[in-house]
Write a new protein. Structure first.
Length: 119
């Protein structure tokens, strides 16, 4: 079973905060503090041992062993690497798995490195 933990993007200070106590922080959000974005840990680490969270931008090989860049998203009750550029450019979304995490590399995140998104 994976460890349940979060990090938080603070839009006011433009800072990513780790080791977030979700029980206490949830009260802030319920009080109308909408400048905070909570991002959950996927349970995976990349090839450098860095924990992979929602919102990370990750380099990963597709089924043809071609490197793709994707954003970690949570949908359909699972985490996915959503390819940047879309399927019309031949990019493939994948569902990450632990045995393959030695091939994944975090290159940034959507809040601190939006230029990596290409749009």
């Amino acid at each position: 079973m994976r460890e349940i933990k979060f990090r938080r993007w603070d839009a006011l200070s433009d800072e990513m905060l780790y080791g977030v106590d979700i029980e206490n922080d949830t009260l802030r959000q319920l009080d109308g503090d909408n400048d905070q974005v909570y991002l959950q840990y996927t349970g995976l680490t990349d090839k450098n041992g860095k924990e992979i969270y929602e919102g990370d931008i990750v380099k990963y090989p597709d089924e043809a062993k071609i490197n793709q860049i994707g954003v970690v998203v949570y949908r359909m009750a699972a985490y996915f690497f959503e390819a940047i550029g879309g399927d019309d450019e031949g990019n493939q979304d994948i569902q990450p798995y632990e045995p393959h995490s030695k091939y994944y590399e975090i290159v940034g995140n959507i809040y601190e490195n939006p230029e990596l998104l290409g749009d």
